[in-house]
Design a protein around this ligand. Structure first.
Ligand code: ADP
Ligand code: ADP
Length: 236
């Protein structure tokens, strides 16, 4: 059974100052199996980010369902919803834009746990940093003191803080130098294996996702137009 399933998902935005809607996502069905990676590719503006955010209810869902272990997130309320949200975490394109520059890495990594009223065990921050290949001394420093690749490692560590089961990575390497991209993709693959994570990796560039994906889905104008095993893509 899939860990993450999207059924007939639609996100329609109102057009500013005009009648009608933008069908950013329109009738998408996806299944992502435990421990696997679904790569979602397509040109800019086709609806990838909106789809990723709609899964986490960060975009307004017009229609359809998002199921985690077969459970519809929209049916959950209160503590059950809070608990379920921990299972789904997001890694963003630009770590600098998504990390608060005034917060130390220690604060950035412990904030998700505080927000969920979870105890922060001694050594937890060092453990998170170690998982992403950063030294424990990074905890005292601030985002601007790191390189782009290191900042994305911090963004990944923050996503791991709540021990999620599913990670949605939206263009996780497209803001990085080409030489650093492979390192971050390799890290994501290692973490998947070690922690048994299930991934949805979004990218406009097929070259970015095909090496880390088991299945690649191609999005066009809000819909999935093609889906194939990543292996099949190497022959073309
Ligand atoms: P992608 O991630 O593939 O670049 P997006 O999901 O960002 O695509 O955008 C899909 C479409 O939805 C685009 O036409 C975009 O302009 C529109 N869109 C995205 N977010 C919003 C929003 N908050 N309000 C209105 N339209 C939006
Ligand atoms: P990307 O293409 O990298 O996904 P965008 O530059 O399209 O990002 O969007 C940046 C932010 O602006 C996103 O939060 C998106 O939801 C929002 N956005 C995009 N298009 C529109 C739009 N037409 N109206 C309002 N907000 C939008």
């Amino acid at each position: 059974n899939p860990v993450l399933e999207v059924r007939d998902l639609a996100v329609h935005y109102p057009l500013r100052g005009r009648r009608g809607t933008v069908r950013a996502v329109d009738g998408v069905d996806l299944q992502v199996h435990a421990g696997s990676t679904l790569g979602l590719v397509g040109e800019s503006g086709c609806g990838k980010s909106t789809l990723g955010r709609a899964v986490l209810r960060l975009a307004p869902v017009t229609r359809g369902e998002v199921l985690l272990d077969g459970e519809d997130l929209a049916a959950l309320r209160g503590e059950a919803l809070r608990r379920r949200r921990r299972d789904l975490q997001m890694v963003f394109q630009d770590p600098l834009a998504s990390l608060n520059p005034r917060q130390s890495v220690d604060t950035i990594l412990t904030e998700p746990m505080r927000a969920h009223r979870l105890p922060v065990g001694p050594g937890r921050v060092a453990e998170l940093l170690d998982q992403v290949g950063l030294p424990a001394s990074a905890a005292r420093r601030y985002p601007h003191e790191f390189s782009g690749g290191q900042r994305q490692r911090i963004g990944i560590a923050r996503a791991l803080a709540l021990e999620p089961r599913v990670v949605i990575a939206d263009e996780p390497v497209s803001a990085l130098d080409v030489s650093i991209q492979a390192q971050v993709l390799n890290l994501l693959a290692e973490l998947q294996e070690r922690l048994g994570l299930t991934y949805l990796v979004i990218a406009h560039d097929l070259a970015v996702v095909r090496h880390v994906s088991d299945v690649v889905a191609v999005m066009y104008l809000g819909g999935i137009v093609e889906q194939a095993d990543a292996d099949a893509l190497y022959d073309q």
